[in-house]
Design a binder for this molecule. Structure first.
Ligand SMILES: [Zn+2]
Ligand SMILES: [Zn+2]
Length: 313
């Protein structure tokens, strides 16, 4: 194993910081249940069949990350409940992007069907990721990132072990359409590879250098993303011939997920130095923070004003 890859420093990147917290299958299932009103250890256990040690470990990590706060139960005593704190509630943006994508791209789905209900206007709608300055839609083609005040290097963050996450994938079919989709969202590396592709890092060796991902792990994850139809292989003839991995239409539709992860990571996993990357909207020429707007009424959508109505929610 290349020593650089094992111990090197890596570019600060809010998406990867966010993924180090939520890029885990069980964590996604625990959070999903929490948004549906689950607060107690025993309820998660009963609902998800999650092994005790795994559940304790994930809850502890999520409390440490400020996503849950522990609250004594009304009955008193030593029993505690876990409530979503502000950082946890803010995850509705990347989580909605996950469920939107799963509903749009599951087998037999029609990508243009509407999976949300906007209680303010009373219509079923899509969530349109939009610029906070000009309110126009953001796409991978009308946005670009530049180094921000917090750019620099940091120690590589350790990913959750995939082996432990495997058991969570089996629940994927029920919640995200397939075990493969669950494996993608429940894995820090897969999402980090997709995020890099949006930044134009598409060659195998460039991905290894950018993410400091072990080459063996990278080839396994690329194989899975090709099989899912999120990436496609392109042979490029330049001064030399090389292979590049490009996002397909299905892959490009992960843009809201990656953009919302970056926003969450900037806000909740940052330090005093500021955002490692700042994002610009070509349409209006301003820096932007993404937010959702309703595709029907055009209004800005808040967490409490939206219900997910898809098969996978
Ligand atoms: Zn704009
Ligand atoms: Zn609306």
């Amino acid at each position: 194993m290349n020593e650089d890859v094992e111990s090197g420093l890596v570019a600060r990147y809010s998406v990867v910081r966010a993924l180090a917290v939520i890029g885990d299958g069980w964590t996604l299932l625990i959070l999903r249940a929490a948004f549906h009103g689950t607060h107690r250890y025993t309820d998660w256990q009963a609902e998800l069949g999650v092994p005790k040690a795994v559940l304790s470990n994930r809850l502890e990590r999520l409390v440490e990350a400020g996503i849950f706060r522990k609250v004594p139960t009304l009955a008193g005593g030593k029993r505690m409940e876990y409530h979503l704190a502000e950082a946890g509630l803010a995850l509705w943006e990347p989580l909605s992007a996950i469920f939107r994508w799963a509903n749009r791209w599951s087998d037999g789905a029609t990508p243009d069907a509407l999976w949300f209900h906007h209680t303010v206007c009373g219509h079923d709608c899509d969530l349109v990721i939009s610029c906070d300055t000009c309110a126009q839609p953001l796409t991978p083609f009308n946005t670009f990132a530049v180094s921000g005040p917090g750019a620099g290097l940091e120690e590589r963050i350790e990913a959750h072990s995939r082996r432990r996450a495997n058991s969570a994938s089996r629940h994927g079919e029920k919640y995200l359409g397939s075990a493969e989709v669950m494996a993608m969202f429940g894995d820090m590396w897969s999402s980090a590879i997709i995020a890099s592709a949006f930044r134009g890092v598409r060659r195998f060796n460039d991905l290894v250098a950018y993410l400091r991902i072990p080459p063996l792990v990278l080839s396994m994850r690329i194989k899975e993303l090709l099989a899912l139809g999120v990436l496609k292989r392109k042979s490029v003839e330049d001064s030399e011939r090389y292979e590049a991995f490009h996002l397909t239409r299905k892959g490009l539709d992960l843009f809201p997920y990656i953009a919302m992860l970056a926003k969450w990571g900037d806000r909740w996993c940052g330090d005093q130095s500021g955002a490692p990357l700042v994002f610009n909207h070509r349409t209006c020429g301003h820096e932007y923070k993404p937010h959702y707007r309703c595709s029907v009424c055009g209004g800005r959508v808040n967490r409490s004003e939206i219900t997910l109505i898809g098969a996978y929610s």
